[in-house]
Design a protein around this ligand. Structure first.
Ligand code: PXP
Length: 237
């Protein structure tokens, strides 16, 4: 069965927009797990524009499912992950000014760097995953880094699928088959949504985890609006 890890960056963005503690990120994470999600993902960025480094510590004691911290392994990020000790760290080569992650690792070019960083996390019993495009030669090189898993970058699949191109799943199926044969676990994420998740999950064998944030929060807003508007109207009667 594929685990759903909910990325709560957007909750932090909403909170930060008013400077207070509404919505309460920790309480939201408690409730998301209560509602059945099997993991919580955060992506602290150096500018702390959504998740703040202290959020990573505050969340640790209440996460009873899987705790996934993703990000670019700069020194501050590595120190944070080693101090918090989540279940899993997902390494993402995102530029400081990137709005969101927009590419996977080049595991050939950055082999030495990734190998060193991953060894440090593994010494600390933290599962490691590498964010990667569905590219066979990059996946072929991944076991040399020591990573336990890959996270397939699904943006291309999602945008193509939205335009009706179901064939966009093919590189992901081939990548998953290769990763499985190399003994790598398979996660996936980026732009997955209620529209595309069933098709993706049905086609990818041994998909261990998906991490979903943007669409899940947008869908929740929409599916919740009717209820909340009616509750206001009721109170105003
Ligand atoms: N995986 C990685 C590496 C990401 O950077 C993100 C976005 O923070 C996600 C998954 C989740 O993507 P989305 O918010 O589009 O669901």
């Amino acid at each position: 069965m594929t685990k759903l890890s909910v990325n709560i960056n957007k909750i932090a963005t909403l909170r930060n927009s008013r400077g207070g503690n509404t919505p309460d990120l920790v309480q939201v994470a408690v409730d998301i797990q209560e509602f059945g999600a099997q993991g919580i993902t955060i992506h602290p960025r150096p500018d702390e524009r959504h998740i703040k480094y202290k959020d990573a510590f505050n969340l640790k004691p209440i996460i009873t499912t899987e705790y996934n911290i993703e990000g670019n392994p700069i020194k501050n990020f590595i120190d944070l992950v080693l101090a918090v000790k989540p279940t899993q760290v997902t390494l993402v080569p995102d530029a400081i000014d990137a709005i969101t992650s927009n590419a996977g690792w080049d595991t050939i070019k950055h082999l030495n760097f990734l190998t060193e960083v991953i060894a440090e996390f593994k010494r600390n019993d933290i599962r490691t995953s590498i964010f990667i495009d569905p590219n066979l030669s990059l996946i072929e090189a991944t076991p040399k880094t020591g990573a336990d898993r890959i996270e397939l970058y699904t943006e291309n699949f999602a945008s193509q699928y939205a335009m009706g191109n179901k064939k966009a799943i093919e590189p992901y199926i081939e990548s998953a088959a290769l990763a499985n044969s190399l003994g790598l676990g398979i996660n996936a994420g980026h732009d997955l949504s209620l529209d595309n998740i069933k098709f993706f999950a049905e086609n990818i064998p041994n998909l261990l985890e998906v991490s979903i944030g943007h669409a899940l929060i947008a869908e929740s807003l929409y599916l919740g609006l009717e209820n909340v508007i009616n509750m206001y109207l009721h109170k105003l009667q």
